[in-house]
Design a protein around this ligand. Structure first.
Ligand code: FDA
Length: 476
């Protein structure tokens, strides 16, 4: 035996065709489809449990798509600076495609209203289906596993005209890769605001060369060690429900690659009102009723016919969640609390035949709790209806049919179902979800500035954008 120990061989950095960060709806689906194409895929997520948002979605039954989605008219059900962006992905992977997958896995489902499809048993069935699809594609998943830093290394062969780097960050030469210049990113911590951008360390290719000449690789430094990938897919979702793993990772990464972002704000979220203004209505907490709700004027006007729910702090329910994605701070809402009823005519007729109190007559037209609360706000409405003036009844009808109120704000990300805004679609290819200015970097799902209506549209965007990306990811 020789007395000399041989020098330790450095472990080669594992190489993947694609590393996908975020094992939620979009990340799992993209990983599965890319893996099934034969690509070597690593899926990384920092949360303890996989796909928590799917688990809590749709009241635990996951409203996984919507039959009424029209891929040719995405602006009908999607919000963002350019809803037309999702047309290509939605047309190539449709609700029908996802329904067929669910059926192939023998998952029973049902339609609620307005085309919304839910699993009969549990959202767990959808998660199990996605995990089985990933297993079929031999996807490797590291979870929980945080990502500490990411660097991009371009190969000499493709190095298109990088801007002069004030602080080039050379990376060791890898097999078959000759680093010409690198993009080093600041450490990416878990929490918001951590790992702030250090712009002088970042270098991004400019112009179309980098986009057309896809090359280079990503060095991803994770809690479980470094990995290298030809493509990097960001599927880290939005900011809502931080306690189950939501983070601003995707936005920070986009910023570091100098991609444009559309300002983020909570969407599909309950609205709140000033405490004193809301006091007369707080007693109605728990009351639900169908309404017509609208905001904006003329071409900007948006209206929904859905159920509204009174809460202690304000308004919720599908009507309010839907309108919240269109509501602009400081703008009023208009609510018709008795849609489809000519209140003014009904009250005049009641006056001619009844001596009951106004609240009692009103209770035949709207829920009794609402009638009582409404009538109690004006002395003219607290008397028998036959003694009320026509003017007072007209005012009451008007107040109920055109209730104008201005929210103070929203319940924020802890209650929001989605995040509006995100990576500006102008930075991405609508066919592949790849960044136009950064080869091999993709953004899918909610992190992109595309937000669906309530009713399964957000999951369909996750599936469709994931499918478009998975199809485009290059292999060997
Ligand atoms: P998603 O949020 O699903 O996944 C992102 C993943 O990235 C998470 O697993 C997270 O842990 C991980 N991640 C984040 N930061 C990371 C980091 N720094 N490092 C590593 N991993 C990181 N939609 C719908 O269509 N039908 C419905 O029924 C519902 N219901 C519903 C209920 C509730 C309560 C909420 C909050 C939301 C819904 N939604 C919904 C919306 C839907 O859940 C959402 O739009 C999709 O899950 C978005 O899919 P993504 O894959 O883009 O993000």
């Amino acid at each position: 035996m020789s007395g000399f120990a041989s020098p330790p061989h450095p472990m080669p950095t594992p190489f993947f065709d694609a590393v996908i960060i975020g094992a939620g709806a979009a990340g799992l689906f993209c990983a599965a489809r890319a893996g099934q194409r034969g690509l070597k895929v690593l899926l990384i997520d920092h949360a303890d449990k996989v796909a928590e948002k799917i688990r809590i979605s749709g009241g635990g039954r996951c409203n996984f798509t919507n039959r009424e989605l029209d891929p040719r008219a995405p602006q009908r059900h999607f919000v963002g600076q350019n809803p037309q962006f999702c047309r290509s992905a939605l047309s190539r992977y449709t609700p029908q495609d996802f329904i067929a997958l669910v059926q192939r896995h023998g998952i029973a489902f049902h339609e609620k209203h307005k085309g919304q499809l839910f699993a009969d048993r549990s959202a767990e069935d959808i998660i199990a289906m996605l995990l089985a699809e990933c297993a079929d594609g031999r996807v490797e998943r590291w979870q929980p596993c945080g990502v500490k830093s990411i660097a991009y290394e371009a190969t000499e062969r493709y190095a298109a005209t990088p801007a002069a780097s004030p602080h080039p960050c050379p990376l060791p030469e890898g097999e078959g890769v000759k680093p010409a210049q690198a993009i080093a990113l600041a450490p990416l911590g878990r929490g918001r605001g951590e790992g702030q951008q250090r712009p002088e360390h970042i270098q991004v290719f400019s112009g179309s060369n980098a986009y057309t000449e896809s090359a280079g690789s990503y060095q991803i430094n994770t809690d479980r060690g470094p990995v290298q990938a030809r493509s990097l897919v960001i599927a880290t979702g939005g900011l809502s429900i931080p306690k189950i793993g939501a983070s601003d990772f995707g936005y920070r990464l986009a910023r570091q690659f100098k991609l444009p972002l559309v300002a983020q704000r909570p969407g599909l979220v309950p609205l709140t009102f000033d405490g004193a203004d809301w006091a007369p209505y707080a007693q109605l907490a728990g009351l639900a009723l169908p309404v017509e709700i609208s905001t904006g004027a003329k071409k900007e006007r948006m209206a929904f016919h859905e159920d509204l729910l009174f809460t202690h702090r304000g308004l919720s329910g599908p009507a309010v969640l839907q309108i919240s994605s269109y509501w602009q701070e400081g703008a009023p809402l208009a609510i018709n609390l008795a849609p489809g009823v000519d209140l003014s005519e009904a009250l005049v007729q009641a006056k001619a035949r009844s001596r009951k109190r106004i609240a009692n007559e009103l209770a035949t037209l709207v829920p009794a709790r609402l009638a009582d609360a409404w009538a109690s706000t004006d002395a003219d409405w607290q008397r028998p209806i036959n003694e009320a003036s026509d003017k007072a009844l007209a005012r009451l009808a008007e107040r109920l049919a055109r209730w104008q109120l201005t929210p103070m704000g929203t319940e924020g990300y802890k209650k929001a179902e989605v995040t509006l805004g995100g990576v500006d679609t102008r930075a991405l290819s609508q066919q592949t979800m790849e960044c136009k200015s950064q080869p091999g970097l993709y953004f899918i799902g909610e992190v992109v500035d595309i937000t669906g209506w309530l009713g399964g549209y957000n999951f369909q965007w996750a599936w469709s954008s994931a499918a478009a990306c998975a199809q485009a990811l290059p292999g060997e």
